[in-house]
Design a protein around this ligand. Structure first.
Ligand SMILES: [Zn+2]
Length: 493
């Protein structure tokens, strides 16, 4: 099919200037690129013949023409506050388009004898969003011979200051948390980026911080991010892979990823969606081929320590199992919900921490089931407790028979409650940890939260995935039955 650009009838008004303006542009905080372009080619103004936007003046554009290519990038002219930033953005786009202009699909042999020039037009449309912001979205059309490629790009501006909108203006912290979790999951589920997604450098670069997701634009139902991941493996991603993930046409080693903004609920402040009443539990992908351990925390939740541990887990793409005492579930319901919203596991450590082997049948049933009921009510049946840790590890036949869940013990006891020393806890874990371990800690002690803040990045750096007990058993293909005692997922222990 032959595609033609609309030609403009009247002559454009080119300024008659000497050709050649050098632009030095720093893009993405990573790449320095030299762009050479000329606003005018120093000839008599002539009809641009192909690149005209229907209702735009060509002097509202950057124009670059040489023997083998011609590029026009239009940009918005009003309101006055935004023109300077809009022009800067257009210059960046021009630079990347002229740098990459030769990267076209191979032409048929016949065409190569008398190659036609590459024609590129970048035209935009705008949309006013909330918070007095303006979304600018480009449609980029690149034409060589009969072939035409389309691409998109854009940015969002503050209409008052004219500045680009930053991620912490566009999203609240919950929004950033979701963006980070969804992005990590997309990366793990794509072959070309799977290995990269488990590296500490990637994990750090995809943490839920505004600076990691600072470049983005909105087009209809797609919010697209340019994530600055400098990794060689990214060049292998083809432009049409699934899951809305690809390298950008603009910059080779930057990753382009799109997400439906509805998944961010009301946390995308520029175009808030409806917040669902259900808990948003972030997706988690565990790789069964890679080593993993389950850090577990007993006796909480605790209003200070538990959130600290959750924060560190979130930063390092980890999850843990929290064996909660029912009385603390009643006291700190918000912290319980926070555990679920971080993708960690809410588990039972009985209602008020008795030695289960010394109870009557009735009391035993209350202790084994009460936390499940509390969590069910709290989460409107969205979370069912699947695992229980008996206090003191005390189990007898009666407990095993009455338990509706498997009984989770441990393979690595940090003795954190006894030493109350973060350093000793860290040293003990790092010197003994093995794939499949279930590690026992207590989040009621500040020293244990201190230790977790050191252990979580260390274990991640060592290549361990930090997973919940359920994730651990499932990834290792091990069955969990009610009343069964489980010490680890390491067959040798
Ligand atoms: Zn305990």
């Amino acid at each position: 099919m032959r595609v033609k650009f609309a030609a403009r009838k009247s002559s454009p008004r080119y300024p008659n200037r000497v050709p050649g303006v050098f632009l030095f542009l720093f893009i993405g905080g990573l790449l320095c690129l030299f762009g050479f372009w000329s606003l005018s080619i120093g000839q008599k103004p002539k009809k641009p013949s192909f690149l005209e936007a229907e209702d735009r003046q060509l002097d509202h554009a950057l124009h670059q023409k040489q023997d083998d290519f011609e590029i026009v990038v239009f940009y918005p002219q009003e309101p006055q506050e935004i023109v300077s930033t809009a022009k800067q953005q257009a210059e960046q786009l021009m630079t990347s388009l002229s740098t990459k202009k030769t990267e076209m699909p191979e032409l048929p042999a016949a065409k190569q004898e008398s190659p036609e020039p590459t024609l590129i037009k970048a035209d935009y449309h705008t949309e006013i969003l909330e918070q007095n912001t303006l979304s600018v979205v480009y449609l980029i059309q690149k034409k060589v011979g009969d072939q035409i490629e389309e691409d998109h790009w854009g940015y969002i501006l503050d209409l008052q200051t004219g500045e680009l909108i930053t991620a912490d203006q566009a999203f609240d912290q919950t929004g950033l948390d979701r963006i980070s979790a969804l992005f990590r999951d997309a990366m793990k589920n794509q072959e070309a980026t799977h290995d990269l997604a488990y590296t500490l450098s990637f994990i750090t670069a995809s943490a839920p911080a505004a600076e990691n997701f600072s470049s983005f634009y909105l087009e209809e139902d797609q919010l697209t991010f340019f994530v600055d991941i400098a990794a060689e493996s990214l060049s292998e991603i083809s432009s049409n892979e699934e899951k809305n993930l690809k390298t950008t046409s603009a910059m080779e080693k930057e990753l382009r990823w799109s997400v439906d903004p509805n998944q961010l609920g009301s946390h995308f402040l520029l175009k808030p969606g409806v917040e669902e009443e259900n808990l948003f539990i972030p997706p988690r992908t565990v790789d069964p081929q890679r080593p993993m351990v389950a850090l577990t925390f007993d006796d909480g939740p605790h209003p200070k320590n538990t959130p600290r541990i959750l924060e560190t887990l979130k930063t390092y793409d980890g999850a843990s199992t929290f064996f909660m005492v029912g009385t603390n579930v009643e006291r700190y319901p918000d912290v319980v919900l926070q555990v679920a919203e971080n993708g960690s596991e809410i588990a039972s450590h009985t209602y008020n921490h008795p030695n289960l082997t010394r109870l009557s049948a009735d009391s035993l049933n209350v202790q084994l089931n009460r936390v499940s009921e509390l969590v069910n009510d709290l989460t409107h049946q969205q979370i069912q407790i699947q695992t229980l840790r008996p206090p003191y590890g005390a189990v007898n036949e009666q407990v095993k028979e009455a338990s509706p869940t498997p009984l989770i013990l441990w393979s690595l006891d940090t003795l954190d409650w006894k030493t109350r020393s973060a350093e000793k806890t860290v040293d003990l874990v790092l010197s003994q940890v093995e794939d499949g371990d279930i590690i026992l800690m207590h989040d009621i002690h500040a020293e244990s939260a201190d230790a977790a803040e050191t252990l979580i990045p260390k274990l991640t750096e060592m290549g361990f995935q930090l997973v919940t007990v359920q994730e651990l058993m499932e990834a290792k293909g091990l069955e969990m039955l009610p009343g069964q005692k489980i010490f680890s997922a390491n067959q040798d222990k």
